[in-house]
Design a protein around this ligand. Structure first.
Ligand SMILES: Cc1cc2nc3c(=O)[nH]c(=O)nc-3n(C[C@H](O)[C@H](O)[C@H](O)COP(=O)(O)OP(=O)(O)OC[C@H]3O[C@@H](n4cnc5c(N)ncnc54)[C@H](O)[C@@H]3O)c2cc1C
Length: 399
């Protein structure tokens, strides 16, 4: 399968599918290779802030998103043991007014399905499944991607969108050296009808506590509640969503916490756990005709909820650069990297810094939570913390 004008994308996650769609919409030929034999995302939620929906709307997905998304009214903060509640900031119409497009909450599988359908509408055979990339090489004229099956695909360019354990990154730059943060993330979904009305609300809730943080928000038209918690633990080092835990183990990590947190935990059928690792931002992530996007080049801790959104922004920008500089391979990816390097590095760094704010031992003191809400989470700090993120317009920087 060789074509002088084809672009090969490796990895069919949110980043890979978004870039395939963005390239096809620009009239470029794409083939995406995903290692799984079935195209699906993990059963979990994802928040797409306004900077992400701006891109998804530009790719023509507004209507499809509307059928499954939740637009939350606001975010609130709760005290880990007393349950005391503070309004944090408004979302809903306020986000649209402030940033132009909404902040939405979704089931990952729904977003994934919308992207895959949109790709297939433009090119029915664009997605190849059961294709695990084992090597990428290149010459001055083309790239060659080798798969576990022994098959080799040649193309004009390759984009590694193969996530945190990227094979493409390893081929270009060697093995990385992740550092364990001492934190483990839990995730799970609960049917909304199993929760009491005071919890089953169309808003995002962050629980502040001394050695852990809990976040829950509605997804899939409000039919499911997505639960995420981040807890200090050093006995788990596997960086993968494929590992099941038990609700007893999860409940044990939050044994002193408010009954509302436990009302969610005990209704999670299977919780999954992921060890959070940190990697410093890469100075560059392109070699010649091969580049990376999303978690493959800037894996980001979840303390800003931006890893997936960065992959979406990357996808739009790299597609625009490839269209503009298709006949100048050195320029195409160089321009993409130039546009994206500082922003993604800032997001990686800020997400790491936010970890300290999300939970500190001082929050064990009852009064310290209230003081922290005023000091760290009040409106002016929210603007400082979020405006630079949400105002960014990937659809206009990529010219
Ligand atoms: C607890 C938690 C909560 C989060 N919440 C949010 C949030 O609310 N909002 C947000 O924006 N981000 C969030 N993130 C981050 C987000 O999940 C990731 O940044 C995002 O999934 C990255 O997308 P990606 O397409 O780059 O990689 P991935 O989603 O990892 O996709 C990579 C794809 O490549 C495939 N692949 C891998 N290797 C190969 C190979 N060798 N050959 C072929 N295919 C291959 C994989 O099977 C997979 O389909 C969160 C992360 C965590 C841990």
């Amino acid at each position: 399968m060789s074509s002088p004008n084809k672009i090969v994308v490796i990895g069919g996650g949110i980043g890979g599918l978004t870039v395939a769609l963005a390239l096809l919409r620009r009239g470029l030929d794409v083939e995406l290779h995903e290692q799984s034999t079935e195209l699906k995302e993990v059963g979990a939620g994802i928040q797409i802030s306004s900077n992400g929906t701006r891109v998804l709307y530009a790719l023509g997905l507004e209507e499809a998103l509307r059928r499954v998304q939740v637009i939350p009214s606001r975010r609130e903060i709760r005290h880990w043991s007393t349950g005391e509640t503070w309004n944090w900031f408004e979302l809903g119409a306020t986000s649209v007014q402030r940033y132009g497009t909404p902040h939405i909450m979704m089931h990952r599988g729904d977003l994934h399905g919308i992207l895959a359908d949109a790709v297939r509408r433009l090119k029915p055979d664009a997605l190849a499944l059961g294709k695990r990339c084992v090597a990428v090489t290149q010459s001055a004229e083309h790239v060659a991607v080798r798969f576990e099956t022994g098959e080799i695909v040649e193309a004009a360019f390759a984009i590694g969108a193969d996530g945190i354990h990227s094979k493409v990154r390893e081929c270009l730059f060697g093995a990385d050296q992740p550092e364990f943060t001492g934190c483990v993330a839990w995730r799970g979904l609960v049917p909304m009808e199993r929760l009491p009305p005071r919890i089953a609300q169309m808003l995002g809730t962050n629980w502040l506590g001394p050695r852990a943080h809990v976040l829950h928000y509605p997804v899939r038209r409000g039919e499911l509640m997505n639960f995420i918690s981040l807890v200090e633990r050093d006995d788990w080092r596997v960086e993968s969503w494929m590992v099941e835990g038990t609700t007893d183990e999860l409940a044990n990590d939050f044994c002193d916490w408010h009954p509302d947190v436990h009302a969610i935990i005990r209704n999670i059928e299977v919780p999954f756990k992921w060890a959070l690792m940190v990697r410093p931002p890469m100075a560059c992530w392109t070699k010649g005709r091969i580049s990376l996007l999303g978690d493959a080049c800037h894996p980001t801790l979840p303390f800003l909820g931006q890893g997936g959104v960065m992959a979406i922004e990357d996808a739009y920008v790299v597609a625009a650069c490839l269209q503009k500089f298709f006949t100048d391979p050195a320029m195409a990816f160089a321009r993409y990297e130039e546009i994206r390097r500082d922003r993604t590095a800032a997001v990686v760094r800020k997400s790491h810094e936010n970890r300290k704010q999300a939970f500190s031992p001082a929050l064990a003191d009852k009064d310290e939570v209230a003081a922290s809400v005023v000091r760290d989470w009040q409106q002016v700090r929210v603007k400082e913390r979020l405006d630079w993120l949400y105002q960014y317009d990937a659809t206009s920087v990529a010219i």
